[in-house]
Design a protein around this ligand. Sequence first.
Ligand SMILES: NC(=O)C1=CN([C@@H]2O[C@H](COP(=O)(O)OP(=O)(O)OC[C@H]3O[C@@H](n4cnc5c(N)ncnc54)[C@H](OP(=O)(O)O)[C@@H]3O)[C@@H](O)[C@H]2O)[C@@H](O)CC1
Ligand SMILES: Nc1ncnc2c1ncn2[C@@H]1O[C@H](COP(=O)(O)OP(=O)(O)O)[C@@H](O)[C@H]1O
Length: 286
Amino acid sequence: MSEPRGWLEWDGARARDWIAVPRVDDDKYRRGVLGVRTGSDEYPGAAVLGVEAALRTGVGMVRYLGPRRPSDLVLQRRPEAVTAAGQVQAWLLGSGQDAAMRDRVTEAALLGALAEGLPTVCDAGALDLVGRATGPVVITPHYRELARLLTRLLAPQGESVAGSEVAAAPGEWAVRAATGLGVTVLLKGSVTWIAAPDGTRLTVSKAPSWLATAGSGDVLGGILGALLATHSRAIQTDAAAPARLAATAALVHARAAARASDGGPITALDIAGAVPATVAELLASR
Ligand SMILES: NC(=O)C1=CN([C@@H]2O[C@H](COP(=O)(O)OP(=O)(O)OC[C@H]3O[C@@H](n4cnc5c(N)ncnc54)[C@H](OP(=O)(O)O)[C@@H]3O)[C@@H](O)[C@H]2O)[C@@H](O)CC1
Ligand SMILES: Nc1ncnc2c1ncn2[C@@H]1O[C@H](COP(=O)(O)OP(=O)(O)O)[C@@H](O)[C@H]1O
């Protein structure tokens, strides 16, 4: 694919500068803690996938603070996860949740996280709450989710947007959403489009089509959450940082998928499993 005009294709040389390598004087808290409010009784697996991916991307700690069933499954898979509330440096919200079925406790918890002013990934069932965020946000919709969000945004003008329209011009719609909502947009699909309100426009292509498998977006959310948590200070001073971290997450996700696939089918957990070697390879290319 030729590079779309005005969009920069993100590459490994750029991405490696956005991987935080622990320093000799770091401890788990200095590295950064990711708070995670994802999963539901209907979709507990999404919580497991996001936590797994965040831990494998490299983060000081993950605090998983979701409902009982996903919480039990997260701990079963990852005893490293902490289920006690406490300080975090970034949030991952909404994967494996459905806004239409959200109970009041979950809604209050999501709104509480959004009010903290911290770097936040809003996925799936948290996308409709993005306007309530007080800090820098990256939203991670696929085409249908972005169409739903844009339809809500454009309702006052009587406009509605279909998923097929987003699919026909993904970059343009990503830019429109970034401008209209004032957040960084990571639009998922065969090409990942990243648009920020400051005009940053990045793409990540060449991902294997085997990535089109259930849960792979939940893994991407975990990768991105870990990158935000380990760069919370840089995000405070650099308006373009969330977009660059989003592109780095998409690149790590695509390369981990290629590594796990080796030309064959993959599962979402396979992608997460290939993240450490992918990160090591990126760092070794310094
Ligand atoms: N392991 C986990 O826990 C996982 C959890 N996940 C979580 O699931 C949640 C929902 O995410 P999503 O992306 O599926 O939601 P959404 O955009 O509403 O899509 C629904 C649309 O798809 C269509 N459709 C359905 N089946 C179809 C078919 N066979 N063939 C064709 N079309 C079909 C359906 O059409 P309909 O059936 O209504 O006609 C509707 O239009 C979200 O929270 C995510 O994080 C996932 O990440 C997966 C792993
Ligand atoms: N045809 C494709 N080629 C490459 N990557 C794809 C393709 N289709 C989807 N993807 C990627 O797979 C992931 C799917 O995420 P998502 O739609 O949220 O799925 P889920 O909700 O099942 O986790 C995204 O990272 C997206 O960019």
